[in-house]
Design a protein around this ligand. Sequence first.
Ligand code: HEM
Length: 537
Amino acid sequence: SKKHQGNENTKNKQLNLFRVDDRGKKMTTNQSLKVSEDEFSLKAGERGPTLMEDFHFREKMTHFDHERIPERVVHARGFAAHGEFQVYESMRKYTKAKFLQDPTVKTPVFVRFSTVVGSRGSAETVRDVRGFATKFYTEEGNYDLVGNNIPVFFIQDAIKFPDLVHAIKPEPHNEIPQAASAHDTFWDFVANNQETAHMVMWLMSDRAIPRSFRMMEGFGVHTFRLVNEQGEAFFAKFHWKPKLGTHSLVWDEAQKIAGDDPDFHRRDLWENIEKGNYPEFELGVQIIREEDEFMFDFDILDATKIWPEEIVPVHLIGKMTLNRNVDNVFAETEQVAFHPGHVVPGIDFTNDPLLQGRLFSYTDTQLIRLGGPNFHEIPINRPVCPFHNNQRDGYHRQTINQGKVSYHRNSLAGNTPTPVPEEEGGFKHYQEKVEGRKIRSRSESFKDHFSQATLFWNSMTKPEKEHIIDAFSFELGMVKSESVRQQVVDMFAHVSLPLATTVAKNIGVRAPKGGGSHVTTSSPALSQEYTKKSAAT
Ligand code: HEM
């Protein structure tokens, strides 16, 4: 069709095998029996009961009865598009990932944007974090960069994620409210888990009410690892920078649009792609050498901390263009399964305890959301290169694997899949040396919850600060528990006493007394030394 012309990338060609055009076709059952009547069920006489033998009625109704699958446990409300990614110049120095080598290669991508808290039908312009998940269909397998539009996270350790989500989702006794940040449990969680401070500052800022998916930044959040051909590793953070710039709504607009057009963001993305106004995002990386791991006043494994860009600059290394809308939202947008653990040779993990837990969670949830272990065979999830192993069976298996041997190391069949040495592209985990006692704590700087939250506040312009004060006052003002309101105001006095004092006044609680006496591990001397060193190399 016209829509797919000019998009003949490998993924699009593969999807063609599955596209079905039902228009003008004869109606059949799923067994391909031609159907003669689709409006009257089979009855015993004009006024009699419906007959059990009406297989057409039964099939049609049964299929309908099973149309829904569970929505995502978070990020349920999302919208996606296809596109392509091209690197500007070879990243060989840092990584051997094939899709980051050759500027002439276009890698197909699929990107799903989302809100986090609301259910599948919720309004899109609410105050919330936005998901920004990208699947690169590379020649070495699928690489997923499953990010958000805010560069830090609420918590530092995955074990708290269920608690966080229970606090931000609608309260269980009455399922109110859909929006994240205007209720008792959210703010109670914040006040009692103060590592949330930095992220909450972003959440109360204009970043949490983006103007358009086309005008949002994206962040991988965690520290990842790049590994080059020589086996050298580098710490890396990923960024997406929108070519249109980063823009937000103002709160009054966001609220009115939520009522007027709850589909505002998807409509904007869909219509612009249809018009040929293709959204573009540049991929940026921040890189820290392994030997510099401890040169910062924060732990680079702490997902509540950014790497300040003036200390570790962002290099723009490539561009992604979204140029095609989906054919079918359920088949593509809903069935896509992203996972931070989908990596390719040259990209690896770090011991960030939030990332480590995510590596478990995504497949686990998709096993139930997508009905068993074969969801990699769903068209949108298939790699564009072949995949072979000895995994077999399970619900909805599509492939017909040949032969009697489905186990590794055998003498009966010489032709079963065999592991591939690293030199020939086999993935080998980076051989980081690890040593330690089994403990549940982290480095001391993980306890510094306020230094970067303060940095964020201080970097805001006057109108941005006013918006943050308004947001705190509105959202926290909705909280019924006076104790929670007070706890939050007292907490944010550690970020800015004027901020907390103004909010306290606006929402009718006592002005915080202190502030500023929080744990700080800040040692700018360290970063200065790093800046000097990197300028010299
Ligand atoms: C979706 C878990 C942190 C970004 C999800 C889903 C789960 C999950 C279970 C639903 C997946 C599905 O049904 O397919 C977790 C856990 C986290 C965590 C356990 C922390 C321990 C994060 C962080 C980010 C993030 C830090 C951003 C860097 C996303 C995105 C989606 C998502 C973008 C939606 C993907 C899509 O569009 O299908 N997460 N998450 N999550 N998560 Fe996380």
